[in-house]
Design a protein around this ligand. Structure first.
Ligand code: AMP
Length: 114
């Protein structure tokens, strides 16, 4: 746990979240400022900012997060599809420096921005 990290505090239960899934490896909760009708963040329970900083154990956690995404998406009613975004660094607009996967859906997202 990183004391100044908001996602570490959410994982620790020090800050409330609208949780949609949790296990020993990850926490998924609704984004406080949703950019789509459904906007959930999947956060590994190990603090590291970017893929470049990730060690082998953390890579296993990310793998588990990605493997769980379809089940989380199904539980959110995203049968029509969804988009994943993992912002990396300043140019991508990353504001929370604890790696997280955005799940966006619940509407037609269009074909722009990949
Ligand atoms: P990023 O810009 O990729 O770093 O995304 C960080 C995301 O975290 C943004 O979409 C924020 O709206 C979201 N966020 C920040 N604080 C909270 C919070 N306390 N609960 C839920 N989502 C949050």
């Amino acid at each position: 746990m990183e004391p100044n990290c908001i996602f570490c505090k959410i994982i620790a239960g020090e800050i409330p979240s609208d949780k949609v899934y949790e296990d020993g490896d990850m926490l998924a909760f609704r984004d406080i400022n949703p950019q789509a009708k459904v906007h959930v963040l999947v956060v590994p329970k190990s603090h590291f900012a970017t893929l470049a900083e990730m060690d082998a154990a953390q890579a296993e956690l990310v793998k588990k997060c990605l493997q769980k995404v379809p089940a989380i998406a199904e539980s959110l009613g995203l049968a029509g599809g969804y988009r994943l975004i993992v912002n990396q660094g300043a140019d991508a607009g990353q504001t929370v420096h604890h790696l997280h996967i955005h799940i966006l859906g619940g509407q037609n997202l269009g074909e722009k921005l990949v």
